[in-house]
Design a protein around this ligand. Structure first.
Ligand code: ATP
Length: 310
């Protein structure tokens, strides 16, 4: 697939001398959902702000839809819709007016049919004449997305799209973002909720202390770095782990009814078959076996930890 954003050797030092980005290279493919993860202060907002032209880079280059963000700011900016974390819009304005006005800011000719389409897509059409202050928090977020889409951008940035919203609304947003992707728009989101990246992203980038420490397809990442947990449901409960199972470091769970064994899926020998053989030798019967893949969250935590240790 073709790249829509190319980031090369991007660096940023703030006036304080703090180096927020240390040579980031990244290609974003057209049509994908890319999740940028990182602990607080990692440089996510700095990177997005540079790509959107709100912060000047110190070094390196970025192009958006073929436009250099510094030399051709207008060209690159018009390809981008940005949904900031804070909801700032005039509370007394009506939904349809604020969205129509946003389009005008980009110098795009009026297009009522298009505005109607995005308002309908975002389930805002019935609320088009409501004042922003009359809307629920979830609806306000939708208005911010409608504003960001008003000038028909090819890339949509969502900065922490579900920060501080309840679980139901978060699921709604995920569904909505999934639907937006069907329209062909490329989506880049930053998030603290790893579950969000796990649920939606095609690819994941992890940024830590100004460096992009990993970019990978989500499914490949989970396979590659993931651990699996094998749960063995015992025929009879055990009161303690038999010493003969010491080398597998298993844990007893569910009041002694289950043995849990964590293994590395990439290891040459996972230890699963030898463990099962050993159970047979010891006369420990089992009724069921199941395995569970570790979550992206486990992977992320161990990755950032490893970086810290290094
Ligand atoms: N204007 C500024 N002047 C000096 N330092 C800054 C400035 N803006 C950001 N920083 C620093 O740069 C680092 C990266 O900040 P940034 O906001 O990009 O992180 P982030 O990954 O978005 O974090 P968060 O998840 O907390 O939003 C932080 O250490 C921050 O304190």
């Amino acid at each position: 697939m073709a790249s829509i954003i190319t980031v090369s050797g991007l660096t940023k030092s703030y006036a304080s001398g703090f180096q927020a980005l240390r040579g980031v290279d990244l290609e974003i493919e057209e049509g994908e959902i890319f999740a940028l993860l990182g602990p607080n202060g990692a440089g996510k907002t700095t990177m997005i702000s540079i790509i959107c032209g709100n912060v000047r880079p110190t070094g390196g280059s970025v192009t958006v839809a073929g436009h250099d963000i510094v030399r051709d700011y207008r060209g690159s900016r018009s390809a981008i819709g940005l949904v900031p974390q804070e909801l700032h819009t005039d509370a007394f304005e009506r939904v349809i007016d604020t969205v129509t006005f946003s389009r005008g800011l980009f110098g795009k000719p009026r297009n009522d049919a298009y505005i109607e389409k995005i308002l309908r897509d975002l389930s805002l059409w019935d609320k088009r004449h409501s004042k922003i202050l009359e809307l629920s928090g979830g609806m306000k977020r939708r208005v911010m997305i409608a504003k960001a889409l008003s000038h028909e951008p090819r890339v949509l940035f969502l900065d922490e799209p579900t920060a501080g919203v309840d679980v139901e609304l978060r699921r709604d947003m995920w569904k909505l973002i999934g639907e937006l992707r069907q329209t062909g728009v490329t989506i880049i989101l930053t998030t603290h909720y790893i579950e969000e990246a796990e649920e939606m992203a095609d690819r994941v980038g992890v940024i830590n202390r100004g460096e992009l420490v990993l970019v990978e397809e989500k499914t490949a990442l989970m396979k590659k770095l993931g651990k699996k947990t094998l749960t063995i449901v015992l025929a009879e409960p055990l009161s303690a782990v038999p010493p003969e199972l010491g080398e597998w470091q298993v844990a007893l769970k569910a009041d002694g009814h289950e043995i849990e064994y964590v293994f590395d899926t990439q290891a040459e020998r996972t230890g699963v078959s030898s463990l099962l053989r050993k159970l047979g030798d010891l006369g420990i019967g089992y009724k069921d076996l199941n395995t569970e893949q570790s979550s992206l969250e486990d992977i992320f935590v161990s990755l950032v930890h490893r970086e810290k240790a290094a």
